[in-house]
Write a protein that binds this ligand. Structure first.
Ligand SMILES: [Zn+2]
Length: 290
């Protein structure tokens, strides 16, 4: 496994940073959903953002769902990340590839379009809490930073990068999230932003083997302290029982039609592509239990 998340803090303990190599998990999403370049970049960046948000803010059994509701060709993108640093997601239209921008990069902004970024925090034992901000950039990193600054009142900087190979496999996927703690002075923040502006392109750095530890040192300085290192992974938690519960919420009439007309039902999980089949007898049992 090359995928992991690092948490680090600068020597004054006022700037917190998370860096992640997410190559394998974005590759798994690409394989499961057969995404083409623009869809891979949008889904990949949103998956990395989900992992960083989860790593920064969640504790036991909590989760974040990030919905990128743009009007671009990729369509809505949904990602759920959990406190155990597993993530899953999908894009409405996986088969989108666009002409590259002048600098050769994937035109993520065009793929996403305009609309809203919605983040739902599902905290155990509490009502889920949703905040919504307009999509201000469409490049996703800036949008997540805007959400954190606006909704969470945490001055933040975010970098997200996905490099897609010509054969659609994922070459590199990485990101960082920086948060200024209340004690951070303006000069410290300026100095850190300056280091971020001087960073080499994330995708080529990670293609050339850069590690999350090395990225943390480039941003926070050689004297930063590494606090933790954790594996991250693509993982769906769906099951036949979970989808049976969803079937149970359907109209009685819809369920009866599945029994009498279709003699069964097959559901496909949006997040992982697994298929679940329900026989006529199983549907009758679901109907009887309602
Ligand atoms: Zn699933």
């Amino acid at each position: 496994m090359t995928d992991y998340l690092i948490k680090a803090i600068d020597k004054t303990k006022n700037i917190r940073l998370l860096t992640v190599n997410a190559h394998d998990l974005v590759q798994e999403a690409q394989t499961r959903h057969d995404t083409w370049s623009a869809s891979s970049a949008v889904l990949g960046r949103t998956l990395i953002a989900g992992i960083l948000l989860a790593g920064a803010e969640l504790t036991d059994k909590e989760e974040f769902t990030v919905r990128l509701l743009g009007d671009g060709p990729v369509g809505h993108t949904v990602v759920t990340a959990k406190s155990d640093l597993t993530v899953k997601g999908y894009v409405k239209n996986p088969h989108i590839a666009l002409p590259p921008k002048k600098d050769g990069h994937i035109d993520v902004k065009k793929a996403v379009g305009q609309g809203w970024l919605e983040v739902t925090k599902d905290l155990e034992l509490k009502e889920p809490y949703t905040s919504q901000v307009p999509i201000v950039s469409g490049e996703i990193a800036e949008d997540i930073a805007y959400y954190l600054t606006k909704s969470e009142q945490i001055p933040s900087a975010v970098g997200l990068s996905v490099f897609v190979n010509p054969n659609n496999s994922i070459g590199a996927a990485a990101g960082f999230m920086l948060q200024a703690l209340p004690g951070a002075s303006d000069s410290l923040i300026d100095q850190t932003i300056e280091r971020i502006n001087q960073l080499p392109a994330l995708s080529s750095s990670f293609l050339n083997g850069m590690t999350p530890e090395e990225l943390a040192k480039l941003i926070l300085g050689e004297d930063c302290k590494l606090l933790s290192k954790d594996d991250v992974a693509y993982q769906c938690d769906c099951s036949k029982e979970k989808y049976a519960q969803i079937l149970a919420t359907l109209d009685k009439k819809q369920l009866e039609e599945m029994i009498t007309k279709d003699h069964g039902a097959e559901l496909t999980c949006n997040f992982c592509g697994n298929k679940y089949h329900y026989s006529e007898a199983e549907l009758k049992a679901i109907l009887a239990q309602r």
